[in-house]
Ligand binder design. Structure first.
Ligand SMILES: C=C1C[C@]23C[C@H]1CC[C@H]2[C@]1(C)CCC[C@@](C)(C(=O)O)[C@H]1[C@@H]3C(=O)O
Ligand SMILES: O=C(O)CCC(=O)C(=O)O
Ligand SMILES: [Fe+2]
Length: 386
């Protein structure tokens, strides 16, 4: 779906009708949880179509393997072989698994969660000092009121870039200090450390992915050694009508690998075998999933699977998402070992820079992003008719 960006106006159906009757433009309203929580209904722009609304069977649990990385990280060959087998099985099926004994200090996780709480508890105007600009993928967004006209997500996000390049040693900390001021140096330090830890963990997982695909431990680690990733803090305020809306709509991550840590509230759901199923929170585990870019790198062997986040009426929810991405202009192409007569190329060559632009400027990321993107590139290259 191509996104146009008319200035959205948030209002209830009743307010829309009375504005129309008075022939006046509807009043602009921002997504400010403190104000919206005073009302009994939610603005129509947050109401999702019938087929997307949360369904009761979503309470069912998705069994994803809980993979113990301890033995692999300490070099035990038998443990490594078992990790590789479990990862291959999960990624060939739906692309979701969890990891424990990952080596990320629990104190760092606790600080990362308390900084989310502190940031999103600030008044809207304070948060808007980091306002995300149209077409950009970083900054603060209170829902996506300036970006989309309908199917708005019931969430606030703060996203920022992480680069593993030695040329940008303190990129995250500098972002916080430059955008929000000296008072945010501590937040910046926490998320700098967190992103560095996530980048390390994702390279370790890349080794496992390489082994599990039979292309060797080094291949994907080297590909992502220099990475230009996105870190996102998700905050889902309490919602008075959780059955009508979604915190994050159904989508496949366009990125390469997502490492998610959810608090103890729950809300993440994955669509498999025709049903939405929950992945319950586990404070000791990270949820890891394959994104579209890695699906392309694996020549379609590993799946990037549809998922979403639901909200609830009782308590706000937080999650931390690290989206591993290649360097912007690196060619995304599967290794030769994954392409043969039985497995012809599933996707054309592309760069992350082009796919990112596609999701930010031309297309709202959903379940079909990679197919729509493939068609778009082939059309631009003149390989398929317009
Ligand atoms: C490159 C990205 C685009 C989104 C953030 C990262 C990775 C996932 C994408 C997203 C989460 C998919 C669902 C829709 C989206 C708009 C959202 O609800 O946040 C997407 C992100 C985005 O475009 O900001
Ligand atoms: O918050 C969650 O559980 C999932 C968020 C998500 O899927 C995303 O940010 O891409
Ligand atoms: Fe996602």
């Amino acid at each position: 779906m191509v996104v146009s960006s008319p200035e959205p106006r948030l209002m209830t159906a009743a307010a829309a009708a009375s504005a129309a009757a008075a022939q006046q433009p509807p009043p602009p309203l921002v997504f400010d949880a403190a104000i919206l929580s005073q009302r009994s209904d939610i603005p129509v722009q947050f109401v999702w179509p019938e087929e997307d609304k949360p369904t009761p069977d979503a309470d069912e649990e998705l069994t994803v393997p809980l993979i113990d990385l301890g033995g692999f990280l300490s070099g035990d060959p038998a443990a490594t072989a078992e990790v590789s087998r479990l990862v291959a099985e999960a990624c060939g099926r739906h692309g979701f698994f969890q990891v424990v004994n990952h080596g990320i200090p629990s104190g760092l996780l606790a600080e990362a969660h308390s900084c989310i709480e502190a940031f999103f508890s600030m008044p809207l105007a304070e948060k808007q000092r980091a306002q995300r600009k149209p077409g950009e993928s970083c900054g603060y967004a209170s829902s996506f009121t300036a970006r989309f006209a309908d199917r708005l997500p019931w969430k606030e996000t703060l996203s920022f870039r992480f680069s593993s390049s030695p040329l940008s040693p303190d990129i995250v900390q500098s972002y916080f200090v430059h955008t929000l001021g000296e008072d945010f140096r501590h937040f910046g330090r926490i998320y700098q450390d967190y992103c560095e830890a996530m980048s390390r963990l994702s390279l370790e997982i890349m080794e496992v992915l390489g082994m599990s695909l039979g292309v060797g431990r080094a291949h994907f680690r080297e590909f992502f050694q220099g990475n230009d990733s996105i870190m996102r803090l998700n905050y889902y305020p309490r919602c008075q009508k959780p059955e009508l809306t979604l915190g994050t709509g159904p989508h496949c991550d366009p990125t390469s690998l997502t490492i998610l840590h959810q608090d103890d509230v729950g809300g993440l759901q994955v669509f498999t075998d025709g049903k939405w199923r929950a992945i319950s929170p586990n404070p000791d585990a990270f949820v890891v999933n394959i994104g579209d870019t890695f699906m392309a790198l694996s020549n379609g062997r590993y799946k990037s699977c549809l998922h979403r986040a639901v909200v609830n009426s009782k308590v706000a929810r937080k999650s931390l998402a690290f989206f591993l991405c290649p360097e912007m202009n690196k060619i995304v192409r599967p290794p030769e070992g994954l392409v043969d007569a039985g497995h012809p190329r599933a996707y054309p060559d592309f760069t992350w820079s082009t796919l990112l632009q596609f999701t930010q400027k031309h297309y709202r990321a959903d379940m079909k992003t990679l197919d729509a993107f493939t068609k778009w590139i082939l059309q631009a290259e003149g390989t398929v008719p317009q």
